[in-house]
Design a protein. Structure first.
Ligand code: ITT
Length: 193
């Protein structure tokens, strides 16, 4: 087994969720900053996987360890899949929930379906692998809960928002949890004895 890998992200919540899920493997997940990499490349891919690939390659050029990168976002059916790959840029930081609720103020309850997608890319030298996860739900009419990050307070799964769930509950049903569990199995097979 390898002992360390680097997560190409500037998002501390993604890093926390990756650590929570990968910790039983005994691999230390370093942030790009901890690994000595400093980058914030332009995410101009058309898909989540392309953007994850851009981030992973940018950090891999600066470190000697295996790298993972996560690109993710919220796709709202009534908005034609938006904000999608633009989830981090459509609304000002900290205003994503109020911005989305405002854009959806006239959309009725039965047309508020949405899903989160998370694509994770793994790079180790010439080796490349990609993993994907989705979480289906709907957009509520108000922000609820204080856990999680980003759009979690407005993303409803059943009658609770992701921000009303514990970290373990969110991880067990989330897009990132699903992609990370695929990555987990891949790392076990690739590096396990
Ligand atoms: P890095 O690019 O540095 O990894 P980022 O936050 O900019 O960090 P993305 O470009 O992948 O990441 O943008 C994803 C956005 O989608 C993120 O900023 C959130 O607003 C939203 N998002 C992704 N996963 C989420 C989750 O689990 N819960 C709530 N919002 C999420």
């Amino acid at each position: 087994m390898i002992t360390k890998l680097v997560m190409a992200t500037n998002n501390a919540n993604k890093l926390r969720e990756a650590r929570e899920i990968l910790s039983p493997l005994g691999i230390e997940v370093l942030s790009q900053r901890e690994a000595g990499a400093d980058c914030d490349p332009e995410e101009n891919g058309a898909t989540f996987e392309e953007n994850a690939d851009i981030k992973a390659k940018a950090v891999a050029a600066q470190v000697k360890l295996p790298v993972i990168a996560d690109d993710s976002g919220l796709c709202v059916e009534a908005l034609g899949g938006r904000p999608g790959v633009f989830s981090a840029r459509t609304y000002p930081a900290g205003e994503e929930c109020s911005g989305l609720l405002n854009d959806m103020r006239d959309i009725p309850e039965n047309d508020r379906g949405a899903y989160f997608e998370c694509d994770i890319v793994f790079l180790d030298g010439e080796s490349y692998a990609a993993f994907s996860g989705r979480c289906s739900g709907s957009i509520g009419f108000e922000s609820r809960g204080t856990n999680g990050f980003g759009y979690d307070p407005v993303f409803m799964v059943g009658d609770r928002s992701l921000a009303e769930m514990s970290a373990d509950e969110k991880n067990s049903i989330s897009h990132r949890g699903a992609a990370l569990r695929e990555l987990y199995r891949f790392l076990e097979e690739r590096y396990g004895e």
